[in-house]
Design a protein around this ligand. Structure first.
Ligand code: ATP
Length: 288
């Protein structure tokens, strides 16, 4: 095989709690991860040597700063791959949105190099290796519904979340993950979401249990700092969402709908209101 194209799926968090801080500065977390149908497309092509990146996004670097470059280099070095790779990215996932866009592209490059060079490395081994690129990369290799602990790399697969439709909207603002975590440390009296309750609700296929427990501790910082996040949440609820939440460190907001027509009509309304630049209707995805 000389060329392969993979889908690199985005994620949302149905729950996100920060449980502590390690001596190295990393925060420990307890999160419910869910893959969704919004994806980038990553094409890998064998070359004689080196790593080359092209992308259709003017915002992204095509050098070592791109997480895909770091993923390819890690695979080359770890498995002494004799050849190189040309990577082309078609970017659909909003950038710096709390949807793990860069991490999922890196995960796709690791999976793709494994196939392109017939390495037959087991998924678990790739996941262990992936944490050196970023805490979300192991989950992006695993996919589906999962509980993430540690710094995000201790993963437990869960049954699929109950079927639903998701309205996903990214407002046209940039939120720095570093800013959010720094200010969280200063925030007091955090409302910790009931992550164990979400796990039980998913196991019982109880969508109401999930809806009533949606929670993201990082909203404590972002909602006061960026009022549009709350406006979007309120607007989604007004348009029929049964629950809403910010994903990751934001600013993306998602709303959960039980049926497609109500999600689509909310999409049309929201588009006219111009609260968010990028809006999607999608569903949870189970397998990568
Ligand atoms: P997370 O949910 O893991 O916090 P995110 O969705 O908030 O991630 P990304 O889209 O991964 O954020 O982008 C974060 C930064 O990483 C951007 O500033 C971007 O320049 C850089 N980056 C490097 N490689 C990529 C890539 N392949 N796709 C997107 N961003 C990338």
């Amino acid at each position: 095989m000389d060329r392969i194209t993979l889908k690199a799926y985005a994620k949302i968090n149905l729950g996100l709690d920060v449980t502590g801080r390690l001596p190295n500065g990393y925060h420990t977390v307890k999160m419910i991860m869910q893959t969704l149908g919004i994806c980038d497309e990553v094409t890998l092509e064998k070359t004689a040597k080196g790593i080359h990146i092209t992308t259709d996004s003017a915002e992204l670097p095509n050098n070592e700063d791109n997480l895909m470059w770091r993923a390819a280099a890690l695979m080359q070095q770890t498995y002494r791959i004799p050849g190189g790779v040309l990577i082309h990215l078609v970017k659909n996932i909003p950038i710096a949105a709390g949807m793990a866009g860069g991490s999922t592209d890196a995960a796709a490059v690791m999976r793709g190099m494994n196939l392109l060079y017939d390495l037959n490395i087991p998924k678990e081994e790739l996941m262990t290796l992936a944490v050196s690129i970023g805490a979300d990369v192991p989950y992006c290799i695993l996919g589906g519904t999962a509980l993430a602990e540690g710094i995000g790399e201790e993963l437990t697969s869960l049954p699929p979340m109950p079927a639903c439709y998701l309205l996903v909207a990214k407002p046209d603002i940039n939120v720095s993950t570093k800013y959010v975590y720094e200010h969280l440390d200063k925030a007091q009296a955090l409302q910790h979401p009931d992550i164990d309750g979400i796990v039980s609700s998913i196991k019982n296929q109880d969508i109401n249990g999930v809806l009533s427990r949606l929670g993201n501790v990082l909203e404590t910082v972002t909602v006061p700092a960026y009022p549009v996040i709350n406006t979007l949440k309120e607007e989604m609820l007004r348009l029929g969402a049964e629950g809403t939440l910010m994903s990751g460190s934001g600013p993306t907001v998602f709303g959960i709908f039980r049926d497609l027509p109500s999600a689509e009509s909310a999409y049309i309304q929201l588009k006219q209101e111009k609260l968010a630049k990028q809006i999607f209707v999608t569903t949870p995805v189970q397998t990568i």
